[in-house]
Design a protein around this ligand. Structure first.
Ligand code: G6P
Ligand code: MG
Length: 218
């Protein structure tokens, strides 16, 4: 029986994925490194350092330069998320959070971002979630299962009792490695390995989702 839902944040509850992209684009432009939306695709859901490494490719930089660039990107990102408000919750997010609460299902955020708490507070949903696992919670980033296992532990649930909503390939991989149920949001080229793939949270009903999950588990 599913007793808990773990939501990735960026690209699932709100569209901060776009802000991460814009911040990386600005950094790449300043460094004269070719980068675009398509090159950003594999960066979805992966850590700040791993993202920068993919952008830098085989260009050589010192650790000090790498840290400066991570900080610069983060400053651009923090600037971009200042304007976030409850209006920035993606369609269906609040309805689902409410429905889960009414059904006694526990909820957590499972985001690799060190800025997750700030975003959750600006979105006005801090009181609607039972736990937050963020970029400070574990060492190993997604696709390792650690972050989701940490979240389940916070909810006092076994992995098999949890379903993870993710928009990123690395996130689905992490949730599957944690032996959790998975709902991929977005194109199947990205999240096709999830148990269920949906375009977005819009119109998602807990009862229907539970039925679909018990179908695939048969
Ligand atoms: C999430 C986002 C990634 C981001 C990572 C780290 O997983 O999807 O795009 O790189 O968090 O975020 P941070 O805010 O700590 O740089
Ligand atoms: Mg995401």
């Amino acid at each position: 029986d599913i007793r808990g839902v773990i939501f990735d944040l960026d690209g699932v509850l709100t569209d901060t994925a776009e802000y991460h992209y814009l911040a990386w684009q600005q950094l790449a432009d300043e460094e004269g490194i070719p980068f675009n939306r398509q090159a950003n695709e594999p960066l979805r859901g992966i850590s700040r350092r791993a993202s920068l490494m993919m952008i830098l490719g085989n260009r050589q930089y010192s650790e000090a330069e790498i840290e400066e660039m991570m900080e610069r990107k983060n400053n651009y990102y923090i600037e971009l998320i200042q304007t976030i408000s409850p209006k920035d919750l993606l369609p269906g997010a609040i309805a689902l959070l409410d429905e889960l609460r009414q059904n006694g299902i526990k909820t957590a955020i499972g985001s690799a971002s060190k800025n997750a708490r700030m975003v959750v507070e600006r979105l006005g949903i801090a009181d609607q979630v039972d736990a937050i696992a963020d970029g400070y919670s574990v060492q190993q980033p997604k696709p390792a299962p650690d972050l989701f296992l940490y979240a389940a532990n916070q909810l006092k649930l076994a992995p098999q009792q949890c379903v993870v909503f993710e928009d990123a390939a690395a996130g689905i991989e992490a949730a599957l490695a944690a032996k959790m149920w998975t709902v991929g949001l977005g194109p199947s080229e990205r999240v096709g390995s999830a148990h269920i793939v949906l375009p977005s949270l819009a119109g998602v009903k807990w009862a229907e989702l539970q039925a679909k999950l018990s179908d695939v588990s048969r």
